[in-house]
Write a protein that binds this ligand. Structure first.
Ligand SMILES: Cc1cc2nc3c(=O)[nH]c(=O)nc-3n(C[C@H](O)[C@H](O)[C@H](O)COP(=O)(O)OP(=O)(O)OC[C@H]3O[C@@H](n4cnc5c(N)ncnc54)[C@H](O)[C@@H]3O)c2cc1C
Length: 303
């Protein structure tokens, strides 16, 4: 727990960030979790996953921009990704972060950018997932998703099972027919608003999974936790919920064995494929989830 908290804290540290992103060894090991720095590499990784029967969600990495120009550039980058998906004929949608599109600058700017993206995605019938960031953004992320959903059906968001508020949020999103990706939550959150014990977060995940499977609109169960995945399969079987009615999602490079196994069993599997030069905070969150990843990165960095 202490190590996890330290890594999540260091995810914000500029000095460490500069060391990690300029060190050739850490750059190369980041490839285990990140498809590459260029869009071409992400498209190629998507093709390989598609050939293995998996769908993809592409994330052009970036978060917390602090000026308008950067936010508009990030929006333009995602428009380029949408065009590339269409041109390459690959099976992929996109995942975006509102702080990359200007949420820290102003909600109005961010909404303008999101709307521009959704209009473009609509032309190609490509779904857009709004990732969930740390709790200071939860309320705004849900508000923006709900407002956008009144105009565009192909937008959904993410709910973190660690937050006490999530049951109410899931009810609201189900009532509006908004697609939800369910995750445990990757950010360090205060105990006043979030469960701290893994067993509580897991229990909450299973409760929310059941609500979404029974009443949600094509929910995404995003976890590498085999016990929860088995519980999901069993719940669907017991309640006559078809494999087509939901999907599993996993992160690029994590539990590839389990990804393959579920595809062979006929489940929908979508892989979250991040790419781009801004991979440092993403990599730190993956290390915080699993300290052995830290050993993997360090042993290569020091070699
Ligand atoms: C598709 C997808 C999208 C996500 N989007 C968001 C989001 O928008 N917002 C958000 O807060 N979080 C997001 N997350 C991250 C999520 O909140 C968790 O932090 C992450 O998935 C780890 O939790 P877990 O459910 O896999 O369970 P855990 O209990 O953490 O792990 C279960 C098992 O999975 C494997 N595993 C888990 N993580 C790793 C890792 N990093 N490296 C190697 N093995 C690992 C291990 O075998 C571990 O025992 C997303 C996760 C996925 C899969």
């Amino acid at each position: 727990m202490v190590l996890r908290d330290t890594l999540l804290y260091l995810a914000q540290n500029d000095n460490l960030r500069n060391f990690v992103i300029t060190n050739s060894a850490t750059r190369s090991v980041s490839r285990r979790f990140v498809a590459g720095e260029a869009l071409d590499e992400a498209i190629e990784a998507t093709r390989v996953l598609n050939q293995r029967g998996m769908h993809v969600s592409l994330d052009h990495l970036g978060e917390n921009v602090s000026d308008d120009r950067e936010a508009r550039a990030a929006t333009q980058d995602f428009i380029t990704v949408l065009d590339a998906i269409k041109q390459a004929g690959i099976d992929a949608n996109i995942s975006i972060k509102l702080t990359a599109l200007g949420l820290d600058i102003s909600q109005q700017l961010c909404e303008e950018n999101v709307r521009r993206l959704l209009e473009h995605a609509h032309k190609y019938s490509i779904f857009v997932r709004i990732d969930m960031e740390g709790s200071p953004y939860t309320e705004q992320t849900i508000d923006i998703t709900l407002r956008m959903h009144q105009q565009f059906e192909h937008v959904g968001t993410v709910i973190q099972s660690c937050l006490y508020r999530s049951r109410k949020d899931v009810e609201q999103l189900i009532a509006q027919g908004v697609r939800v990706r369910l995750v445990k939550g990757a950010y360090k959150e205060p105990r006043t608003i979030a469960m701290q014990e893994k067993k509580d977060v897991d229990h909450s995940f299973v409760q929310l999974m059941m609500m979404l499977l029974l009443r949600g609109n094509y929910p995404a169960i995003a976890t590498h936790d085999e016990a929860i995945i088995n519980a999901t399969c069993k719940y669907a079987r017991d309640h006559g919920i078809s494999k087509e009615a939901f999907e599993f999602q996993m992160l690029y490079g994590i539990r590839r064995d389990l990804q393959e196994k579920l595809v062979k069993q006929g489940y929908n599997m979508r892989i979250y494929v991040p790419y781009g030069s801004q991979w440092y905070p993403y990599l730190m969150r993956r290390m915080a989830e699993r300290p052995s990843n830290l050993m993997f990165v360090m042993s290569n960095a020091l070699r």
